[in-house]
Design a protein around this ligand. Structure first.
Ligand code: IMP
Length: 180
């Protein structure tokens, strides 16, 4: 285990097993629909990459990059689009792939934004769900693990851009969190 990590929340084996199950489920649910999987940069990259390799039907992928406006935005739920989709989603079945849902503001904003582009459907999948932190009414359609209200890093998730490359999801030691 990395020296800055205090506790493992989700191990490599647990991630592998769950993502295989999610891939099987999605392969059934989206059969014949040629869905577009939209990964949210940068945190969802490892999850997206492992998930799509467990899908046994034709799919397409694209990415968006978003950033919140900071403190003001955490109440307004407005997010800034840093990179938009390359493709039109009109008439398409869309699945937003995200690392973690916390307050729910980012995903509920993105769902509304994409629904405004006349897709056939918009659904969401998150690897981790901090259910107890929700400030808006939002439920992901697919979810990997429900996790406690602790700051998670690893497997795409960062603290000050670090730890994204850890192969598991862990909790940072408090001294690292405060000093950095
Ligand atoms: P929400 O809009 O509050 O649901 O926040 C979603 C975004 O906040 C995620 O996409 C992450 O970028 C970030 N985030 C929330 N909780 C964590 C965490 O525990 N670790 C790393 N990033 C987090």
């Amino acid at each position: 285990m990395h020296q800055d990590i205090e506790e493992i929340l989700v191990s490599e084996d647990e991630l592998k097993q769950k993502i295989k199950q999610l891939g099987e489920q999605l392969s059934k649910d989206y059969e014949g629909l040629n869905p577009l999987f939209i990964g949210i940069l940068k945190g969802a990259v490892p999850f997206m990459s492992d998930l799509v390799r467990q899908i046994h039907i034709p799919i397409e992928i694209d990415f968006m990059s978003v950033s919140s406006y900071g403190k003001a935005a955490s109440s307004s739920g407005v997010v800034r689009i840093l990179k938009d989709l390359d493709t039109s989603i009109t008439g398409r079945h869309v699945l937003i792939v995200e690392d973690i849902v916390d307050t729910g503001l980012t995903l509920s904003y993105l769902v509304k934004l994409l629904e405004g582009r006349s897709p056939a459907s918009v659904k969401t999948i998150v690897l981790l769900d901090k259910k107890s932190c929700r400030t808006v009414d939002f439920e992901p359609d697919y979810q990997g693990f429900v996790v406690p209200n602790k700051f998670a890093v690893g497997y795409g998730m960062d603290y000050a851009e670090r730890y994204r490359n850890l192969p598991y999801v862990g909790v940072l030691k408090k001294e690292v969190y405060h000093v950095s």
